[in-house]
Design a binder for this molecule. Structure first.
Ligand code: AHR
Length: 814
């Protein structure tokens, strides 16, 4: 029987191995964002157990049995620990028993039946000779799940502890600390931790979360961020020295993500440093990853205050970096090495990488970087320095950074990108043309966004994961230049996030991996040691231009009505489909639909609302629009692809002198190409007739019946299949990672040239599903890898790559 003709040819030349693949290529990026630290990796279940939040009662509330009453006060006279001066003074009036304080944890105290929890606190009762404390874990409905009576409290501060075993699992339980009778007790450093932490360390890390990190087999662990390195102001920057040593000596600070961000506010976000620099180094060691700490370079977050340390006052910051090297690598007899040893790790941590600044940009950064680099290289030439290019993967800031860093012969340059899936598909070739002799690249933060960054609708769906996989084939192929990479952010608490998407999600009880996680895992576990040349020949005709439509505003409020999509004389838009803007793809703004009018009411918003069918083509969009504000512009969107590319017709905005048609390449706001412009302006409070005709790749725009633009622009041609090939030296296997981000099965002829002793079966791991699918607490494995074998009859193989899939193929050879 004749084999079906293949759409695509993939050839791999195993006889012509290329460069070594960087062993550091796939790592992880940890930042204490989205409650990743306290409430996440730090297994401590009590929030504000030290009462050091500026609102000392935050996280706590009064708890009382039926007839009990009393008062709770935060005071700081004669504290147990000077670094943690505040404590809770509980006074119970007669009968007193049962009065106390309850802690609700991090969106609930999460306890599992069958597990053991260790409770501890500092307490004293100078004025009440016979008083004691009763501890209980109480379910959301008020049932006591576990309880213990502590011994009588003494006159001076001392630690008391108890072991609790809940009778039920509850993610929304509370911890109650109550008096056994009338009188007063001072309490501080209240703690409840599971006994079963990662490696069963007391006050350790949450085991399910660390296991997920270990299972990624990451080559490095970057910590502690992210913008928290910088702090919103310099006084709130991350200072590693206050995060080590005994827990009571660590000083709490406000988390940079406590601030309003994208209209989200998490006022109870602080860092207690139960997870500090020692724990980060230890975690890195546990999971076999190289530590990569990032230090503040004398700049606060440039998205916040942007405060600067004067150049001649950088010494303490540089000293922090030098001391950190000693803390990590120095002998146990050295000043800082001794502190490491005192924490239980006399041997060095073998740190070889250090970041100077996080996501800084502009001349002020490079001035400071140079001072750091000079001092650090003089004393520690063995440490490779990581330096940044700012928040975007192109544009002025980015170009300026590279202009600075190239002549400086920087060791490793950190690039960041959060963009729509199409950007990642298009950028699979990004590094093909980078200078092979220049600095190494660290693709240090990247993630495909399904909609607007941080919107609640921004999902970790398979479409985004596969776009990242496609991009990663380019990282691997170019790993002579791209030495390191990491997805960001790493963790997100389902009920306390500030940013999404994230690689791993969790709540107070459970966690789950995303499709993006599995992509990272499959690449990391199937990296290979040497790149093999691989080529794809795709004979399929290009997809015709198509896409959804939309409307929007440019720093304006506006109204839209009578929206129609005419195809062959028929309106194919069902108006009811746009009558609830909450169900549509929304990029900012305040949208409502009333009496047949779509209205964006925020006069300051630059916004978009997209709707319709990605497959729509050859249609005429017509609508009426009017600007309500005195200035700003109206926007019409066409050819919006599922991967996030679109064309945007701008009427008004800026100086209100030009109409422009621009193509948005699914990237950040700096990267937009104007494909047509014409002189013109709009007036406020006047309805305009707008019409856009799409025929093939031709776009014609009309205003009040008058032609404004007439252009022919083909969509950017995105590859439809991506491949990375490598050889694993130890196992003698050829590894192929093939990404099919399209929704069609792709029949490919695969030629493995130059192989010797090819085995009779290939081992396949598949990640596939529907593009919009994601995982959740309820369905944690909806998208998860599956295994298969493929019988081989020789090096010419025909294989059908599933729609929306990543296929990892391992071939045994001699
Ligand atoms: O990953 C989230 C944030 O994105 C990081 O803190 C920052 O470096 C970037 O802007």
């Amino acid at each position: 029987m004749l084999a079906e003709a293949a759409d695509v040819e993939i050839s791999v030349d195993a006889g012509q191995p290329g460069h070594q693949i960087s062993p550091r290529l796939y790592g992880i990026f940890f930042e204490d964002i989205n409650f990743a630290g306290d409430g996440g990796l730090n297994a401590e279940l009590v929030k504000n157990g030290s009462f050091e939040f500026p609102d000392g009662m935050m996280g706590w509330s009064e708890a009382k049995a039926d007839s009990a009453y009393g008062s709770l006060r935060i005071i700081d006279e004669d504290p147990a620990f000077s670094a943690n001066p505040h404590y809770l003074h509980i006074t119970g009036s007669a009968p007193g028993e049962g009065f106390g304080a309850a802690n609700g944890g991090f969106r609930g105290v999460g306890v599992h039946i069958g597990e053991t929890y260790v409770f501890s606190l500092q307490a004293r009762a100078p004025d009440s000779a016979h008083i004691g404390l009763r501890i209980s874990i109480v379910s959301a409905e008020g049932r006591v799940l576990a309880a213990a009576k502590l011994p009588k409290v003494g006159a001076n501060w001392s630690e008391q502890s108890a072991v609790l075993q809940p009778t039920e699992t509850d993610g929304k339980a509370r911890l109650v600390v109550a008096l056994t009778g009338p009188g007063s007790v001072d309490v501080d450093l209240v703690s409840l931790v599971p006994e079963a932490t990662w490696k069963n360390r007391p006050h350790g890390l949450r085991a399910d979360l660390v296991k997920k990190l270990a299972d990624l087999k990451p080559s490095f662990l970057r910590f502690p961020g992210g913008c928290i390195v910088e702090g919103s102001e310099l006084q709130y920057r991350y200072q590693w020295k206050t995060t080590i040593g005994e827990l009571p000596d660590r000083r709490l600070i406000i988390n940079r993500w406590n601030h309003e961000f994208q209209h989200r506010l998490t006022p109870d976000y602080f860092q207690s440093f139960g997870l500090g620099f020692f724990e980060f180094f230890q975690l890195a060691e546990d999971i076999g990853a190289e530590p990569l700490p990032i230090l503040n370079c004398g700049m606060a977050c440039q998205f916040n205050s942007g405060q600067l340390v004067p150049l001649d006052q950088l010494d303490p910051y540089i000293q922090d970096a030098l001391d950190l090297i000693e803390f990590a690598n120095g002998p146990a007899s050295s000043t800082w090495g001794a502190k490491r040893a005192a924490s239980g790790h006399p041997d060095p941590f073998h740190m070889r990488l250090l970041g100077v600044g996080n996501e800084q940009w502009g001349p002020r950064y490079f001035e400071r970087y140079k001072v750091f680099a000079k001092a650090l290289k003089e004393k520690h030439p063995e440490i490779e320095l990581v330096t940044g290019t700012g928040p975007f993967p192109s544009g002025e800031r980015f170009d300026f950074a590279w202009q600075q860093l190239r002549p400086l012969k920087a060791d490793i340059v950190d690039e960041h990108c959060y963009a729509m899936p199409d950007w990642f598909l298009r950028s699979a070739t990004r590094f093909d043309h980078y200078d092979r002799q220049g600095p190494k690249v660290f693709m240090g933060e990247y993630a495909a966004q399904s909609v607007d960054i941080c919107s609640p609708d921004n999902r970790n769906n398979l479409r985004c994961a596969l776009a990242e996989a496609a991009f990663m084939t380019g990282l691997e192929r170019n790993s002579d230049v791209v030495a390191m990479s990491s997805y960001a952010p790493l963790f997100g608490h389902e009920e306390a996030w500030q940013w999404r998407p994230n690689l791993i999600w969790f709540d107070s009880l459970k966690s789950y991996a995303t499709p993006n996680y599995y992509v990272q895992q499959l690449f990391s576990q199937n990296r290979g040691d040497v790149v093999l040349p691989a080529e794809i020949k795709d004979s399929r005709p290009a997809d015709p231009p198509s896409g959804r439509v939309g409307v929007g505003t440019l720093v304006a409020n506006a109204e839209f009505k009578d929206v129609q999509i005419l195809r062959d004389g028929e309106n194919i838009l069902d108006m009811t489909s746009i009558s609830d803007p909450k169900t549509l793809t929304n990029f900012r703004g305040q949208w409502e639909f009333k009496s047949g009018i779509l209205r964006q009411t925020d006069a300051k918003a630059t916004s978009r609302l997209q709707f319709g069918d990605y497959g729509w083509r050859n249609y005429t969009l017509s609508l009426k629009a009017r600007r309500l504000s005195d200035s700003g512009g109206i926007v019409v969107i066409i050819r919006n692809s599922a991967g996030g590319s679109y064309f945007q017709w701008n009427l008004g905005g800026g100086e209100n002198t030009q109409f422009t048609l621009q193509s948005n390449l699914a990237s950040h706001s700096e990267e937009k190409n104007v494909v047509a412009s014409a002189a013109g302006s709009i007036e406020s409070n006047r309805w305009y007739d707008i019409k856009v005709e799409l025929s093939g790749s031709r776009i014609r725009c009309y205003l009040d019946g008058m032609p404004v633009h007439d252009v022919d622009v083909a969509p950017p041609e995105l590859p439809r299949l991506f491949v990375a090939a490598s050889r694993d030296v130890g196992s003698h296997q050829i590894i192929l990672k093939v990404v099919n981000p399209t929704d069609v099965e792709t029949n490919a002829d695969l030629a493995l040239d130059g192989t010797r002793g090819l085995g009779q079966t290939a081992h396949l791991t598949l990640l596939h599903g529907l593009s919009d699918d994601d995982n959740s607490l309820a369905e944690p494995d909806k998208i998860a890898p599956t295994q298969e074998t493929l019988a081989l009859a020789g090096p010419q193989i025909q294989y059908k790559f599933l729609p929306q899939s990543l296929t990892v193929m391992r071939f045994d050879t001699e």
